[in-house]
Design a protein around this ligand. Sequence first.
Ligand code: FAD
Ligand code: SF4
Length: 522
Amino acid sequence: MIRNLVLVLGDQLSHASPALAGFDAARDAVLMIEAPGEATHAWSHKARIAIFLAAMRHFRDELRSRGRTVHYVELDASDAPALADRLRAALQRHRPQVLRLVEPGEWRLLQAVRSVAAAAGVAVQFLDDAHFFCSRADFARWAGPAARRLRMENFYRHMRVAHAVLLDAEGAPEGGRWNFDSENRKGWPKSPPGRAGPGLIPPPARVEPDALTLEIIGLVEQRFGEHPGSLKEFAWPVTRADALAALDVFVRTRLRGFGEFQDAMWTDTPFGWHALLSSSLNLHLLDPREVVAAAEAAYRRGDAPLPAVEGFIRQILGWREFIRGVYWRDMPGMADANRLEAGRPLPQWYWTAETKMNCAREAIGQTLRHGYAHHIQRLMVTGLFGLLAEIEPKQVADWYLAVYVDAIEWAELPNVAGMALWADGGRFTSKPYIASGAYIDKMSNYCRGCTYAPTEKAAATSGKPLCPFTVLYWHFVDKHAALLARNPRTLFNVRQLEQWSQEQRQTLRERAADMLQDLDRL
Ligand code: FAD
Ligand code: SF4
């Protein structure tokens, strides 16, 4: 009889997992389950399915080569699509004394494992997920009462001190400042001709698929051929060795440029100076401590400037840990939150990139090609459109959960419901992130190749129709003026709108109503 059956979920692929500590090959076994339901409950991009399956099968082989028994349920091994059903069958087959696992990262799976084990009469042991700097209990202690509104910046400073990251000899922040964000918001130059654009950026690591990954790519094409996205350029790390190599390439060649142009967007520049490490982190192929340590060491060696290193570390030690804490604090309510009562359907072009709006075409086009878009493309293009166009949060969240190789609910949902859509009513953001086409024009070259003109002035001189982002931005300010007037930073937008004449406001409302009634046309 198996003593501990160690369930390793697809996003727990670490040999340092606490669930594997004290593993006794004579009495224990590992259980891993591929479940087609995980690929279809969010209608997943083929690259998202492939990265999970390839990483899981590589991890299975590594475990076996370390002498561990692994019971591995392959995709086609059973007719039951849901992970819960497959787990139930495995518990009936193996009848372990204890089902042991690291707490699942997702609320839905935690409930499922709990209830399947209880129904099967198998004791279950959940262990804290040691992957994160901050445990759920520590976050709850820091966050305090449930009603308290949280701010990432306070959490980040707390984490810098608690983990002694980027501090000087006196324990003060390195360089005398906690945050160099104000230096990290530049767009790439648009002139003079010949010197415009991002210039030469060292390429990110590309992992050529090995035989096992190629087999998975074939399987996904055959089994999930009608799913969105392409596998032609699949080059994501699927083992710890790949992920460490990708981290090394980033720290040696790209970290130095990370901060300055972090928010910039440019045609045919899908990755900019970004790290492309989120999928490796979320699969647990990389430990966030080693990523943060590698970045800090690069600064101490003089290989990367402080604003770049601080900006990068803030994403991992600050945002990533904070987002996870917020997820567990606000679930399950966060999944249904809809403070602005947005109810329109997601336009079809989110799945095809076939829209006249060049910014959305670029951001979604690269998403379909690579399963990747960087933070500002997610927040200020596809997310912003969802907010301004009043798309139902659940549909937007389902899309984000489907299309990115790093998409896991604990990371995706707070970013969508909290940051992009303000569906949670500002649990951790002081105001909705709203902007017009002028912001996208400032931060990118997308508007130059667009059917639309980003500003009224550009529309008047070019004869192009006015940008949907701009029309819907002013419509949002008009509709939510009372809400926006409560915050000094958004009160300014309301005051600007108050300068408009009644006729101008009426025209705005008509234009917006026309756009909103058929978003698929844009
Ligand atoms: P970089 O820009 O190089 O940043 C470095 C690392 O910091 C990332 O690898 C990531 O681990 C972490 N990070 C940065 N910002 C965040 C953040 N806001 N939340 C969590 N981690 C962060 N990230 C996911 O990992 N999974 C998701 O499903 C996801 N969905 C998102 C949805 C929306 C609407 C938005 C606005 C952001 C989302 N993010 C998500 C956060 C962020 O966009 C991605 O982590 C980042 O783009 C990944 O690319 P990178 O590795 O090149 O990141
Ligand atoms: Fe996007 Fe508007 Fe610019 Fe077109 S004009 S690229 S729709 S912001």
